[in-house]
Design a protein around this ligand. Structure first.
Ligand code: NAP
Length: 288
């Protein structure tokens, strides 16, 4: 392997240490404990695992975490009432509603109801709109993690050509918005399933970010020698192991730097949720 490894696990550990210190300081100086509420509707096993991990992460850094588990047949009105209650709960600084929701529930409507000051998952269209016009409130956790990984790897985005593959509202679109804001100043190509000759587009990139959900989509011939490759994708390989969207072994022989899966973007996404919750607590309580 010639590329240097961008270690998301290690960076996440460092950032969590800083968050924990800051939470301790807030408690000591202001008697404030940041609080995160996670709402889980139904029994989706993957969602249960994700919410459980977020709950543990909070405990690790001293953030108070409240898990609200609701049955799969919860009505839209009842879920809206729960969100309204959390909006008005002074102990709660951040609210996340774990997706996907059962089919009968309107997830967009629920996201719209989350108080922007507590929208630590940054999925409320208001939050996304503020980001798009260059006036961000919270940064969406996965793109935020990608930016931190790039900074950690010493990748200067100013003037760089970044190809983001995948245009979801969760990852690709907010990431492309963030990268083109003044200060980051990247030139971004946002690619998707209708992009013509994706390989040729990627070969012109200084940075390739793959956020698709398709194993081995990015192959070595698509990467310019020395380019940085960030793999957001998570897929189950035939043997059950977790793999990304990038053909890691082959691409690592061409790229200058690369993130692994697991141990790249994943731990950073979870860490940026903690960072946003801390930030929400600071802002809501008028602390610096
Ligand atoms: P998504 O909503 O399904 O979006 C996938 C995107 O990929 C779409 O824009 C789609 O294009 C595009 N796409 C599909 N096939 C393509 C192809 N052959 N060539 C180019 N683009 C193609 O997925 P998502 O929620 O953004 O998640 C993407 C991946 O990231 C998943 O594997 C997910 O598990 C992972 N993820 C990981 C983390 C983490 O923390 N590690 C966090 C979030 C997501 P169209 O728009 O044209 O359909």
């Amino acid at each position: 392997m010639t590329a240097s490894l961008i270690d998301g696990k290690e960076l996440a550990r460092t950032l969590r240490g800083r968050i924990a210190d800051e939470v301790t300081r807030m408690g000591a100086e202001h008697d404030v404990v940041p609080g995160l509420a996670a709402v889980l509707v139904g029994d989706d096993p993957a969602s249960k695992v994700y919410v459980g991990m977020k709950h543990r992460d909070c405990g690790e850094v001293g953030i108070a975490s409240r898990m609200i588990e609701l049955p799969a047949d919860t009505s839209q009105d009842d879920l809206e009432d729960v969100v309204a209650g959390l909006n008005g709960d002074d102990d709660i600084d951040g609210i996340l509603v774990q997706l996907p929701l059962p089919d009968h529930l309107d997830a967009r409507r629920i996201q719209e109801l989350i108080e922007p000051a507590k929208d630590v998952d940054a999925l409320n269209p208001y939050t996304a709109g503020r980001l798009a016009i260059g006036d961000p409130t919270f940064l969406s956790c996965t793109p935020y993690g990608v930016l931190e990984l790039l900074a950690h790897a010493g990748v200067d985005t100013v003037g760089a050509h970044v190809v983001v593959i995948g245009r979801s509202n969760l990852v690709g679109r907010p990431l492309s918005n963030m990268l083109t804001l003044k200060g980051r100043d990247a030139t971004v190509t946002l690619a998707h399933s209708r992009t013509r000759d994706l390989a040729a587009v990627c070969r012109t990139a200084d940075v390739v970010v793959a956020a698709v959900g398709r194993q081995a989509l990015v192959t070595a011939d698509m990467v310019r020698p020395g380019a940085t490759v960030i793999d957001v994708g998570t897929n189950r390989a035939d043997d059950g192991s977790l793999v990304g969207d990038v053909d890691f072994d082959a691409v690592a022989e061409v790229a200058g730097a690369i993130t692994p899966v697991p141990g790249g973007v994943g731990p950073m996404t979870r860490t940026m949720l903690l960072q946003n919750t801390l930030e929400a607590a600071r802002r809501r309580r008028g602390l610096v």
